[in-house]
Write a protein that binds this ligand. Structure first.
Ligand code: AMP
Length: 291
């Protein structure tokens, strides 16, 4: 496995000699690599010969009051995981390498989807995410890139960017990896003490309760999830949003594939989670229609 720090060196490596027909897969991360990242790497490896993992904590996607300075950094352990998973290249650039002139003057404008859900409390977040992902696509010119459904809104926006800006990259969404308890793996889980970890389980429990009610329709999904949250809010969880949407984050359909998304603060840590569900109409059309 090669560790590359410079953009020019990376470009030379991915453009250099490779076996005929070998493609490049990219897995962008901010490090603090865990089982969720590893599953993305495995997915990329199953599809492409040369897998590049980027490790870069991108300041452009953090708001002024967010956790940039204390974001977990576990670089040596990250390299071990990448080596074990058969990664060909780890690209770990410095801040100067990614933003040589400081904050970039040209950035990606992510449009209206960036202002809902996460965007309500993090209005500039997706501008930062899409800008760095576009830069990585430009540098690596991957055939495909893998992103986790854990950050579902991010995945939707990256797909939109690729379509709207005619980028020649196949975007693959990988399923959320969870602890046996149901808690979605996240680098930010390392901020949680044992008690907060128990509280954090409320998110996945609410999503699970919601998905169990999916056959009954959207109202029942939200009611079931809210019932779990109501029981736990008193214990210190502050829910930011719980929303049921369509797969494109537009309004949820009356019946069919939908997404239930949640964000909450546990102590000072903001966590997000979501789940796929298939809405049914088990209550019948008259009741559905009255909503
Ligand atoms: P991050 O390092 O948090 O920016 O995440 C890098 C990539 O890993 C993103 O595409 C995330 O959606 C994905 N990811 C993070 N946590 C998980 C998880 N629990 N399961 C699957 N993918 C994940």
């Amino acid at each position: 496995m090669e560790l590359i720090r410079g953009a020019a060196e990376l470009r030379a490596r991915v453009n250099g000699p490779r076996s005929v027909g070998a493609g490049v897969g990219l897995v962008p991360t901010m490090g603090a690599i865990h089982g969720g990242h590893a599953s993305l790497i495995r997915r990329a490896r199953s599809e492409q010969d040369l897998v590049v993992v980027s490790i870069f904590v991108n300041p452009l996607q953090f708001g002024p009051d967010e956790d940039l300075s204390r974001y977990p950094r576990t670089f040596d352990a990250d390299l071990d995981v990448c080596a074990r998973e058969g990664v060909a290249v780890v690209f770990a650039p410095s801040l100067d390498e990614v933003y040589p002139g400081g904050e970039p003057q040209v950035t990606i404008e992510p449009g209206p989807i960036s202002q809902i859900l996460e965007g309500k409390s993090r209005p500039t977040h997706f501008r930062g995410v899409l800008t760095v992902v576009a830069k990585l696509f430009g540098l690596v010119a991957p055939d495909l890139a893998v992103f986790g459904e854990k950050d579902y809104q991010q995945l939707v926006l990256i797909r939109q960017m690729v379509v709207d800006l005619c980028m020649d990259v196949e975007v693959i969404g990988a399923e959320i990896v969870r602890e046996p308890s149901g808690l979605a793996l996240s680098s930010r889980n390392s901020y949680l003490d044992d008690e907060q970890k128990t509280l954090a389980l409320t998110l996945s429990r609410a999503l699970h309760a919601g998905s169990q009610a999916a056959e009954l329709g959207g109202e029942q999904v939200l009611a079931a999830a809210r019932a779990v949250l109501a029981a736990d809010t008193a214990r210190g969880n502050a829910v930011d949003y719980l929303e049921l949407t369509g797969l494109d984050l537009g309004p949820a359909p009356e019946a069919g594939e939908a997404r239930l998304l949640i964000a909450a603060r546990v102590g000072s840590t903001r966590l997000i989670d979501n789940t796929a569900l298939s809405l049914g109409t088990a209550l019948g059309t008259s009741e559905q229609g009255s909503n």
